[in-house]
Design a binder for this molecule. Structure first.
Ligand code: SAH
Ligand code: SF4
Ligand code: F3S
Length: 474
């Protein structure tokens, strides 16, 4: 294969897991001589890294596939691959709906991408790789997360060169009734702590100042070591804290039942660990939580919440909610509003329930809330959450916050090189801050005086330039 066959385009949708998977696939392909291009038009291989969490996410990909059908007919040598969660969930359906797709590759088989391309090019026909089984699948997954795959990182694919995701856990065993993730990502498996630590060291050496540890229920992380001992999330954070060059450690997503006293005390005692906890509640009604099979009641959630408030009073807590889940009454919904009012989350991601084939809810619970009702509840909850966030952000006006500067904001991107531009960054608590600065500040820690805010953003100005200060809990 000559160089001309090796231009790759990748489109990534979905969660941080997919962003990380794409980074790794690209690192692997580059090692095989590929270069990345910005448009499908320039590419020899076009990949979609897909998400199945809601129907809408899938429809967007099928529509993108529809749009490149003609291109593929005119240039049959252009290879098209569908990878990630929708590849796993739909498998043969992808080929049925888009027969010109050449490869369907599930999240457990991404280390085989270069090999699968070769097979298609060698005339072996279209390829499907979707194994996720605990044994055989584990081998693949472990192989991928071991020497062969995970350490291969590609800084150019990251959101910024100084921030990186680091997978500590694969899959999910919780099987919430609405959720497709256990089907698409397979069983929960913790990665060995020594691999995680060495990968974090590599990232720090590459210039990463912030890492975000990823897992579907990240705080449930456990690994059974060869000597019989167990490493949990608190142990892991302790092992990551000393890594030189690393300044901030964040982690998503937390499962409410596993937010232990010990873990919270560890977060409190380790200065690099961000006092930012994303702990989705999903609903404020016990009846709904039960149908969702979340494994906790509102009282359990509140007990956890109060534990966080007691041990980490300055922490920012955020949540996810699903509105319009099967059987959600107006009364149930009002209970969700109450929970948001009580917890005053930093922010909440709100989703309208979307039936996912293959889940328990799809099989057993009717999708009985009208679309208009879902939309109305979504907007109502969002309005309550946004008002709270704005009020709480206003309390930060006049204070100074420590910001890791990420780069020009969307607005700043338009300004010419060298000009004063609007820059954006985040506090230790993950609050977004914008201020007037310059592009060279990206990657630095800066003290920003907060002058104004909206519900999602703090607006400030540079106070002093200070290389690395840890602390300042805003
Ligand atoms: N593992 C994480 C979340 C993974 S999915 C956790 O357990 O919190 C991200 C969010 O998408 C979920 O928190 C949930 O709010 C939402 N979600 C998942 N399945 C959904 C569905 N079928 N319809 C609507 N929203 C859904
Ligand atoms: Fe889905 Fe529940 Fe697992 Fe989160 S914990 S990924 S919502 S099954
Ligand atoms: Fe979507 Fe898969 Fe993430 S379904 S949310 S890309 S784990």
């Amino acid at each position: 294969m000559d160089q001309m066959n090796k231009r790759v385009y990748i489109k990534t949708v979905g969660c941080q897991m997919n962003v990380l998977d794409s980074e790794m696939v690209i690192a692997d392909l580059k090692r095989h001589g590929y270069t990345v291009v910005d448009t499908p038009k320039e590419a020899d291989c076009i990949f979609y890294n897909t998400c199945s969490v809601r129907e809408h996410a899938e429809e967007k990909i099928y529509s993108a596939l529809g749009k490149i059908r003609q291109t593929k007919e005119q240039q049959p040598d252009k290879l098209i691959g569908v990878m990630g969660c929708m590849a796993q969930k739909d498998q043969e359906i992808v080929f049925k709906r888009a027969p010109y797709v050449d490869m369907v590759i599930g999240p457990g088989q991404l280390h085989r991408v270069p090999d699968l391309i070769e097979k298609v090019r060698a005339g072996e026909g279209r390829q499907m790789a979707v194994s996720l089984k605990r044994n055989e699948g584990t081998q693949a997954v472990i192989a991928r997360s071991h020497e062969t795959f995970d350490p291969l990182r590609d800084p150019s694919m990251r959101p910024t060169p100084f921030q990186a995701y680091l997978r500590i856990q694969i899959g999910c065993d919780k099987f919430c009734t609405y959720c497709v993730v256990p089907n698409t990502r397979g069983p929960e498996q913790g990665r060995p702590p020594e691999q995680i630590v060495s990968e974090a060291q590599i990232l720090a050496e590459q210039g990463c100042r912030e890492i975000t540890l990823l897992g579907q229920t990240v705080n449930s992380y456990k690994f059974k070591n060869e000597d019989g001992s167990t490493t949990d999330m608190a142990d892991l954070l302790e092992q990551l804290q000393p890594i030189e060059g690393l300044e901030r450690i964040k982690f998503v997503t937390n499962y409410p039942k596993d937010m232990t006293e010990r873990l919270l005390c560890t977060i409190r005692d380790l200065p690099k660990v961000s006092p930012y906890l994303h702990v989705p509640a999903q609903s404020g009604s016990d009846a709904v939580l039960k149908r969702m099979k979340r494994g906790y009641t509102v009282a359990d959630y509140m007990e956890m919440f109060e534990r966080i408030e007691r041990i980490l009073p300055e922490a920012a807590i955020s949540s996810d909610f699903i509105v319009g889940f099967s059987g959600e009454t107006e009364e149930d919904f009002q209970k969700t509003i109450k929970l948001v009012e009580r917890c005053r989350f930093k922010n909440s991601f709100i989703f309208q329930y979307s039936v996912r084939p293959g889940t328990k809810a799809a099989d057993r619970l009717p999708d009985d809330i009208a679309r208009e009702v879902k939309v109305r509840r979504n907007n109502e909850l969002l309005a309550v959450q946004d008002a709270i966030a704005k009020e709480d952000n206003q309390k930060l006006i006049g204070q100074t916050v420590d910001v890791l500067v990420e780069g020009p904001s969307k607005k700043g991107l338009k300004s010419p090189e060298g000009a004063v531009v609007q820059m954006t960054g985040r506090t230790h608590c993950d609050r977004i801050v914008v201020f007037d600065g310059n592009r060279r500040q990206a990657g630095q820690f800066m003290k920003i005086h907060v002058d104004d805010c909206s519900s999602h953003t703090l607006v400030g100005r540079v106070e002093t330039v200070d290389v690395v200060t840890i602390g300042g809990l805003a």
